[in-house]
Design a protein around this ligand. Structure first.
Ligand code: HDE
Length: 699
C-alpha cells in the first residue's frame, strides 16, 4: 500500500496524465525530449491514466468495464507468434545490392543486367537448431537469407553459410530436424547437435557425410556474421532473352574475410554474451562500419555439367572453384539496422519460390521440396494469407492481382472486377509478355517412382575432398569437434557407426577420432554404394587459407587500471583504430581508471563482465601495483589466460608481467611489448595457430 495513505483516484491521476502529455513534472514520466503524442487505445481514444486499472473502490475489485486494461492485456497476451520451426534465432539488417558486372548474356533479370543499379535488400542471418531465445555461438549452420526488392518483384536467395546440405531429398527434412532439435522426451539439449538422436540419424544417413565435415569444421563456429560466406546451395538457372538457359550457383564472399572462433571460445562466448553475433552486427552498423559481401556466380552449361564427376543436382555436392571459377558480379552492403525487431526481423518471410523473370529453378529434389515448404509454414507462423502485405515482405514495385480478402487484409481494392478475364474495368491487372516464364526443359527418360538417381550415390568423395583440402589446424579442429560431439553421445554403437563412415573419408581422420573416443579398434566401414574417388584438393574450401590478415572490422580490448601508462594506452588505441579495429577499454570498475598522467579514462566495460572472448586481440597495460593485485583476481587471470588459449595476440607492458604469469602466458610471436604498436598490429591481424599444439590435445 502507498505510504502516503492517499490513494490515487482516477480523477487525480487523470489530471496527472494530462500533465504527462505535456511532458511536465510527474515522477513516473521523465520527459524524453521532443513532443510526446497522446497515448491512445487501439481505437484512438486518449488514455488519461496508464498506471491504474479502474476499481470499484480504492481497495475494491477491478471492473470488467475497464476497456483500457482489457485491450492492453489482451494485446499483450497475443504478442508472441510461433517461432520458425528451424532458423528461429536470427538477426537482420537492411542494405543494398549493387551490380558491378552485367550478366546480360545469360539472363533478362534486370537486377543482374543493369550495372550500377542498386536494389534494396533485407538480410537475415540465423542459427538452425536453437529456439528464438537461444545463443548466437553454438556449433551450427548459419542461415544467410537475402530478400532483394527488385523492380520486377521480390527475389529471395535463401541460403546458408555452407554450400552443401545434409540430405538429398526434401522428404527427409522433418526427420533431420527432429533428430537435431532437443530430444522430445527430455527437452534438451538446446541449440546443439552433440546428442544421440542427431548422430543416430546421421550414422544411418551416409549422404550427410560431406555436410558433416563442414558442420564439424570451424565454418560452424563463426566469429562474426560479418565474416561468413553465403551460398545458394542448389543449382539455379539463368534464362536469356531467347529462352536459353545457363546453370548458376550463387555465392556471397565477406569483404572482411572469413574468421571463426576456436571451440572453447565459442562455448565461453555463449555465457559471456548470448547475443554476441547480434550485438556485433548491430554495433558495426551503428558505428558506420558497414558489413559488405561480394556476390559471385559459378556459371556452367548442361554439357559441362554432364562431365562433372558428380551430379550438380545433388545438394550434397559443391562445384569446386577450381573446376568452375567464381565470377564476382556485384556487392552487397548492410547499412541500416531494423527499426523494430518484431515487425521486420521476426515477421520477414523468405521463400525460395520468390523468384524473378530471368532466373529459374533446377530439378534439385531438395529445392523442389523447399518450394512448397516456406509458404506453407509461413501461413501458420504469420497467421494469414495476406502476410505479403506486411511492410517487410511487400514488394517495393507495384503489385496487383485478383486475390482478395482473408484474415488481415489491409488493402482496400477498388472497383467491381475481382476476376479475369473481364471487360468491365480499364485498370484491372492483366498478364504481361514480360512476365515470369519457366525454362522449357525437355523431360528426361524414365519411369515414375520413388527413386534416388544413381548419380546421387557417391556419398564420400566430396567429404574427402573437403577434409583433404584443409590446413593442418583445420583438420585437427574437425577431428576434435567429432570427438567432442561423439563423446556426448551415450550410445556406443552410434559413436562407432560414425567412425566407420569416417574410414571412407580419410583413414587418418578415422584413427584420430577413434583414439579420441578411446575405441579399442577401428569399427568396420559400412558398405559404400560407390567407391570414393580422389579429387584434386580445393584450397578455396579452407578458412585459414582465405582469412585476411587484417584488423579491419575486428575488436581490440585494452585492460587498464589506476596508474596505467597513459601514453602507451593512447598509442595502442590509436594504432588499432587506424588499422580499422573497434577499441574498448576494460577496467576493474566501470567508472574507469585514473591513469598515470592523473587523468580518468572511462571504461567501456567492467572486467568480469567483459571477458577477453569478446575481443579479437588484447593489450594489458598496468602499473606494477595493479599488475600484482590483478594477478590474484580470477577475472583478470581468466582474461589473459583465455586470450592466450584462444590464440589471440597479447600486448603487455612491464607492470602486466605478474598477471601474464598467473595466466600461464608463455612468450611467443603473438605476445608482444605494448610499446611496440607495430608488432602488436602485425600479430593481432591473425590468430596464433602455431601456439595451439602447445596448449591443447588436438584429437
Ligand atoms: Fe530451410 N526452411 N528448408 N533450408 N531455411 C525454413 O521457413 C526447409 C534448407 C533456410 O531467416 C523454414 O520461414 C525444407 C536448405 C534459411 O527466415 C521452412 C528444407 C537451406 C531459413 C524451411 C530446407 C535452407 C530457412 C522455417 C529441405 C539453404 C531461414 C521458417 C528441403 C539453402 C529464413 C521459414 C529466415 C527456413 C524448410 C532446407 C535455408 C520450414 C523443407 C538446403 C536460411 O519452411
Amino acid at each position: 500500500m502507498a505510504k502516503t495513505g492517499t490513494p490515487r483516484t482516477s480523477a487525480s491521476s487523470s489530471r496527472r496524465g494530462a500533465a504527462d502529455r505535456r511532458g511536465q513534472g510527474d515522477e513516473l514520466h521523465q520527459p524524453a525530449g521532443g513532443r510526446h503524442p497522446p497515448l491512445t487505445t487501439n481505437q484512438g481514444i486518449p488514455v488519461a491514466d496508464n498506471q491504474n486499472s479502474l476499481r470499484a473502490t480504492p481497495r475494491g475489485p477491478t471492473l470488467l468495464e475497464d476497456f483500457v486494461l482489457r485491450e492492453k492485456i489482451t494485446h499483450f497476451d497475443h504478442e508472441r507468434i510461433p517461432e520458425r520451426i528451424v532458423h528461429a534465432r536470427g538477426s537482420a539488417a537492411h542494405g543494398y545490392f549493387e551490380l558491378t558486372k552485367s550478366l546480360r548474356k545469360y539472363t533478362t533479370a534486370k537486377l543482374l543486367t543493369e550495372v550500377g543499379e542498386k536494389t534494396p535488400v533485407f538480410v537475415r542471418f540465423s542459427t538452425v537448431a536453437g529456439g528464438a531465445g537461444s545463443i548466437d555461438t553454438p556449433r551450427d549452420v548459419r542461415g544467410f537469407a537475402v530478400k532483394f526488392y527488385t523492380k520486377e518483384g521480390n527475389w529471395d536467395l535463401v541460403g546458408n553459410n555452407i554450400p552443401v546440405f545434409f540430405i538429398q531429398d526434401a522428404i527427409k527434412f522433418p526427420d533431420l530436424v527432429h533428430a537435431v532439435k532437443m530430444e522430445p522426451d527430455r527437452g534438451f539439449p538446446q541449440a546443439a547437435s552433440a546428442h544421440d538422436t542427431f548422430w543416430d540419424f546421421i550414422s544411418l544417413t551416409p549422404e550427410a557425410m560431406h555436410m558433416i565435415m563442414w558442420a564439424m569444421s570451424d565454418r560452424a563456429i563463426p566469429r562474426s556474421l560479418r565474416m561468413i560466406e553465403g551460398f545458394g546451395i542448389h543449382s539455379f538457372r539463368l534464362l536469356d532473352a531467347k529462352g536459353g538457359s545457363t546453370f548458376v550457383k550463387f555465392h556471397w564472399r565477406p569483404k572482411l574475410g572469413l574468421q571463426s572462433t576456436v571451440w572453447d571460445e565459442a562455448v565461453k562466448l555463449a555465457g559471456a554474451d548470448p547475443d554476441f553475433h547480434r550485438r556485433d552486427l548491430f554495433e558495426a552498423i551503428q558505428r558506420g562500419d558497414y558489413p559488405e559481401w561480394e556476390f559471385g556466380v559459378q556459371l556452367f552449361t548442361e554439357e559441362q555439367a554432364a562431365k562433372f564427376p558428380f551430379d550438380h543436382l545433388d545438394p550434397t555436392k559443391l562445384i569446386p572453384e577450381e573446376l568452375v571459377p567464381l565470377q564476382i558480379v556485384g556487392r552487397m552492403v548492410l547499412d541500416r539496422w531494423p527499426d523494430n525487431f518484431f515487425a521486420e526481423t521476426e515477421q520477414v518471410a523468405f521463400c525460395p519460390a520468390n523468384i524473378v523473370p530471368g532466373i529459374d529453378f533446377s530439378n534439385d529434389p531438395l529445392l523442389q521440396g523447399r518450394l512448397f515448404s516456406y509458404l506453407d509454414t509461413q501461413l501458420s507462423r504469420l497467421g494469414s494469407p495476406n502476410f505479403h502485405q506486411i511492410p517487410i515482405n511487400a514488394p517495393k514495385c507495384p503489385f496487383a492481382n485478383l486475390q482478395r480478402d482473408g484474415h488481415m487484409q489491409v488493402h482496400v481494392p477498388k472497383g467491381r472486377v475481382n476476376y479475369e478475364p473481364s471487360s468491365l474495368q480499364a485498370d484491372s491487372p492483366r498478364e504481361t509478355a514480360e512476365g515470369f516464364r519457366s525454362y522449357a526443359q525437355p523431360a528426361d527418360e524414365g519411369a515414375k517412382g520413388r527413386v534416388r538417381a544413381e548419380s546421387f550415390a557417391d556419398h564420400y568423395s566430396q567429404a574427402r575432398l573437403f577434409y583433404r583440402s584443409q590446413s593442418a589446424p583445420e583438420q585437427a579442429h574437425i577431428a576434435s569437434a567429432l570427438v567432442f560431439e561423439l563423446s556426448k553421445v551415450e550410445t556406443p554403437h552410434v559413436r562407432e557407426a560414425v567412425v566407420g563412415h569416417l574410414r571412407h573419408i580419410d583413414g587418418d581422420l578415422a584413427r584420430r577420432v577413434a583414439a579420441g573416443l578411446g575405441l579399442d579398434a577401428l569399427p568396420p566401414a559400412p558398405p559404400a554404394a560407390v567407391k570414393p574417388i580422389d579429387m584434386p584438393p580445393s584450397p578455396a574450401l579452407q578458412i585459414i587459407g582465405k582469412a585476411k590478415p587484417t584488423l579491419q572490422g575486428r575488436s581490440v580490448g585494452i585492460l587498464v587500471d589506476d596508474g596505467s601508462d597513459a601514453a602507451t594506452v593512447r598509442a595502442l588505441r590509436k594504432a588499432a583504430e587506424d588499422a580499422g579495429a573497434a577499441v574498448k577499454i576494460v577496467a576493474p570498475r566501470v567508472g574507469g581508471a585514473k591513469l598515470g598522467d592523473g587523468r580518468k579514462l572511462a571504461a567501456d566495460g567492467q572486467l568480469a563482465g567483459t571477458p577477453s572472448v569478446v575481443f579479437d586481440a588484447v593489450a594489458v597495460v598496468l602499473s606494477a601495483a595493479a599488475g600484482k593485485a590483478l594477478a590474484k583476481e580470477a577475472a583478470a587471470v581468466d582474461w589473459v589466460r583465455d586470450a592466450y588459449g584462444h590464440l589471440k595476440a597479447i600486448a603487455f607492458d612491464e607492470g602486466a608481467q605478474p598477471l601474464l604469469q598467473a595466466g600461464g602466458v608463455a612468450k611467443d610471436a603473438g605476445v608482444v611489448k605494448a610499446a611496440d604498436a607495430r608488432a602488436f598490429l602485425k600479430a593481432a591481424a591473425t590468430r596464433q595457430w602455431d601456439r595451439e599444439p602447445r596448449l591443447r590435445t588436438l584429437a
